[in-house]
Design a binder for this molecule. Structure first.
Ligand SMILES: [Zn+2]
Length: 261
């Protein structure tokens, strides 16, 4: 039996036995394993290295109860509904089965509150939980260290929301969900990053899992249209679908691949 360290759980802040917690769900790594033994490990790309590795970004960080909360309130649904290889992409099927609220130049926005099969609360919770985890500490994988995202006061607002002590901080944080219309979607993921700052009053962060990109904008003086597109905003809980969803992660993957050629 493996001895687990005791420590302060990042989410509930109580002293507990800590679990080996992941920044992005363990279940995602399984999606990237190749069919034959030799190529089973996913390709890991960063500016410093390109390697095939079974290493995962994880650390002793949360107690079992909080792990269970993250799993039940967001991760389980998101993992079952993101792109899973082949033609399995339940979230997109559910969107395509309804009329978009608006379509412009091949991209669409859907009001998801009434769509059967879409759990906007689970997507909101999952997206917020990954950004929060990325901000709560630094992480490492295969010897590479990723510095914590800098979310300032918004990290604690997200923690309270994730621990069911406060509602989602809709006045300060906008969470946008973009579904890929590419055929097939990219079977890859992109750890949370902060975009270079263009405006002093807000910061923009993104991460990507197969078929879905999450973008979070935090700031004190967000424009009203920023909130309207947030999946957390009632009553519509919008989700975007676009052929350009993967342009940023795909460009980054290609850029890093070229660096190692
Ligand atoms: Zn806990």
């Amino acid at each position: 039996m493996v001895m687990r360290p005791k420590g302060i759980c990042g989410l509930c802040k109580r002293e507990r036995d800590l679990a080996d917690s992941h920044l992005l769900p363990k279940a995602l790594y399984r999606l990237f394993q190749g069919p034959d033994q030799g190529s089973r490990n996913p390709l890991h790309l960063s500016t410093a290295a390109k390697m095939q590795t079974s290493a995962q970004m994880k650390d002793y960080f949360l107690c079992d109860e909080c792990e269970d909360r993250l799993n039940k309130q967001g991760e389980r649904w998101t993992m079952a509904n993101c792109y899973r290889g082949g033609n399995q992409f339940k979230l997109r099927e559910s969107l395509y089965a309804t009329e978009p609220y608006l379509s412009v130049d091949g991209s669409s926005v859907y009001a998801t509150s009434g769509i059967q099969g879409i759990d906007h609360a689970a997507l909101t919770y999952f997206g917020a939980s990954v950004f929060w985890r990325a901000a709560a500490k630094s992480w490492s994988q295969a010897g590479m260290r990723y510095s914590a995202l800098r979310l300032g006061p918004y990290a604690e607002m997200l923690r309270l929301y994730l621990h069911d002590e406060a509602p989602f901080p809709t006045q300060f944080v906008s969470l946008n969900v973009f579904v890929s219309m590419r055929e097939p979607p990219l079977l890859g993921m992109h750890f949370p990053v902060t975009e270079p700052k263009r405006e002093s009053f807000r910061s923009v962060h993104r991460f990507h899992i197969p078929g879905i990109q999450f973008m979070m904008v935090c700031g004190k003086d967000l424009r009203i249209d920023q909130f309207r597109g947030s999946i957390a905003a009632a009553p519509y809980h919008y989700i975007f679908a676009s052929p350009f969803t993967e342009d940023v992660p795909a460009a980054n993957f290609l850029h890093v691949l070229r660096m190692h050629e």
